[in-house]
Design a protein around this ligand. Structure first.
Ligand code: GDP
Length: 440
């Protein structure tokens, strides 16, 4: 996420970091470089200029010049200003209605349908809501089918009616359906077009006037940079929406949209999309995003994700197995599955402070687990619970069955043995023993 911007900001701030004393000229140079980094990231020119002016003023006002660690103080100023620019505190969505109606708006291809599904999934799993998705794109039957596919994936009902070509009455029928079937949230996916046009704006305004949603969200593709900001402005002028959803932040986004949108439309970014899967969505936290942009990682989100996936029951079961020397490949597999649920590897590594920079240029393979899973799936249940059974003949069979090589099977076995040993030592309160093992 925002690799280029992070790198350039890091460079800009680096020159100050090592110095014990700096001058007003140093500050001016650094802020100039920061401005250039922002412009390269496709941040609106005026916003970049105002931003760096504020940073400069604050830096000189806060005695960066006489501070013992001017570099660090400067990083803090930039971080605070970035956070402020992106919206200050995280903002939630209004779920006060019964049902609460959430209207999606945005151009075709922005990720509206995908996000409608992600939001329904999020509300169902994390807020214990019973959402209904309503398909209001009367022009593209494929869009209705797509919403059904999404609904099936996450186990959420979808209301659609291909005979009804009136989006307003469709939205109303959807809400009536929700009321009759006990759904407490209605998410209305509307038709988008390739560019902003009057007809689309009239249509969505009519839906809004008829259903009076608690929340109007504007979905936009972050890859489109300044265009995203301009489109947001056009939609907001007509709809006066409540929040922005920035999608495709997992791609090669330069960051301009995330940084500029709040100050242009004065509406908060509420969610970000970080992948095509239904769980690739996060609440937008400006301060955490500022940390990530400045290469400081996002430990808070990482821990939150780990906590969400942490299954106490399973942890206890595994602990017992380790104690009894019964940790097997099935357990290994379930651990991998838990890690995978936390998100893509690239995303997770980006949350570790400094890791993004350290791993730069490395192609992190999200399919890395696939081979391991295939190997384990090719074992018999007996082999999984008792890896000692794995002789040369069995290994050959497993390599063949999983489409891997004997070397890969051996490597996995070695890793598994090391991991089991380590877990056993940690359990036995053997921190000291482990240190010894690592030194040997
Ligand atoms: P709509 O026309 O606005 O409903 O857009 P869709 O929901 O159909 O999304 C358009 C394309 O973008 C689809 O291929 C989605 O899989 C993809 N997409 C949506 N959100 C994300 C995201 O956060 N990350 C990535 N990588 N792809 C996304």
């Amino acid at each position: 996420m925002f690799n280029n911007l992070s790198e350039k900001l890091d460079k800009a701030l680096h020159t100050l970091r090592g110095r014990g004393q700096i001058t007003e000229i140093n500050v001016a140079e650094t802020t100039k470089e920061i401005r250039r980094a922002l412009l390269d990231a496709d941040v609106n020119f005026k916003i970049a200029k105002e931003f760096t002016n504020r940073v400069k003023e604050k830096a000189i006002g806060q005695d960066v010049l006489t501070s013992l660690q001017p570099g660090q103080l400067m990083v803090k100023i930039v971080k605070d200003e970035l956070t402020e620019l992106m919206g200050g505190d995280a903002e939630g969505i209004d779920l006060s209605g019964n049902p609460s109606v959430i209207l999606m708006s945005g151009l075709q291809g922005s990720g509206k349908t995908t996000f409608s599904g992600k939001l329904a999934n999020f509300l169902k799993r994390k807020k214990s809501k019973n959402p209904l998705l309503v398909a209001c794109d009367v022009y593209r039957p494929a869009a209705i089918d797509q919403l059904h596919v999404v609904g099936d994936q996450i186990g959420v009902s979808v209301y659609s009616d291909k005979e009804n070509k009136n989006p307003v009455s469709l939205a109303q029928a959807g809400i009536a359906h929700a009321k009759a079937n006990g759904h407490n949230v209605v998410i209305i996916d509307t038709a988008g077009r390739l560019a902003v046009d009057q007809e689309m704006m009239d249509e969505i305004s009519n839906i809004r006037d008829a259903v009076k949603p608690q929340e109007i969200l504007f979905v936009v593709d972050s890859m489109t940079g300044q265009d995203a900001v301009n489109t947001a402005k056009s939609f907001n002028d007509v709809l006066d929406f409540d929040g922005v959803v920035l999608t495709k932040l997992d791609g090669d986004t330069r960051g301009g949209a995330a940084i500029s949108i709040k100050s242009v439309v004065d509406k908060p970014i509420k969610f970000i999309g970080t992948g095509e899967k239904m769980d690739a969505v996060d609440i937008f936290h400006p301060a955490r995003m500022a940390d990530r942009i400045l290469g400081m990682g996002d430990v808070v989100s990482l821990v939150e994700r780990a906590q969400e996936q942490f299954d106490e029951e399973q942890a206890r079961r595994i602990q017992k197995k380790i104690a009894k020397n019964r940790f097997g490949f099935d357990d290994f597999l379930s651990q991998i599955q838990q890690i995978k649920k936390m998100g893509s590897m690239k995303d997770l590594i980006g949350m570790i402070p400094g890791a993004g920079k350290a791993m730069k240029g490395l192609d992190i393979d999200d399919d890395a687990f696939k081979h391991i899973e295939a190997i384990i799936h090719s074992m018999t249940p007996a082999e999984r619970s008792n890896p000692a059974l794995l002789d040369a003949k069995r290994k050959k069979r497993i390599a063949k069955g999983s489409g891997t090589s004997i070397q890969e099977v051996n490597q996995l076995l070695k890793q598994f043995t090391q991991m089991s040993k380590m877990m056993k030592m940690m359990q036995g309160g053997g921190g000291k023993k482990m240190m010894q093992m690592m030194q040997n």
